[in-house]
Design a protein around this ligand. Sequence first.
Ligand code: PNS
Length: 136
Amino acid sequence: MRAIYPGSFDPATEGHLDVARRAAGLFDELVVAIGINPSKTGRFPVIDRVRVLTSALRDLPNVSVATFSGLLATYCRNNEIDLIIRGIRNKEDLRHEVPMAHMNQHLSGIDSLFLPASAETVFISSTVVMSTGDHK
Ligand code: PNS
C-alpha cells in the first residue's frame, strides 16, 4: 500500500518525523508531501523544507519526499496514492482534520488515517517552535 503524509512542514518538527517514521513502518511506501500554497509565503523556503525532511528520513528506504500544489485529492489520484496519513495531537486537530478527510474522500475516494502523536511529541507545534525561536 502506498500512503501519503501531507503537510506544510514549515518547519518539520520531531512530531512530524515521529508520525512519518511510524507510518513508514505500516505501509509499503510513504510519500511525505509538502503542500505549497502559492498565495501564502511560508516561513521557510520549500527547498529547505525538502532538504530537512529528506535528510531526517534518509535511513528509511520506503520514504520519498515530494511537493505538491493544488488539491491533495488531485495529487493522490495522479500518483496512485491509496491512503492519506495525518497526525493528531488533540481534539482541536481532530475537529480540523475530519472535514478535510471528508472533503478528500469526496473528491478522490481516498480515505484518511489518523495517527495519534506520541506522548513525547504531543505538545510540539511548528507555530510554537517558531514563536519560541523569535525570542532568541
Ligand atoms: O501541516 P498542515 O499545514 O496542517 O498541512 C495542511 C495541508 C497541506 C495538508 C492541507 O492544507 C492541504 O491538503 N492542502 C492542499 C489543498 C487541498 O487539498 N485542500 C482541500 C483539503 S479539504
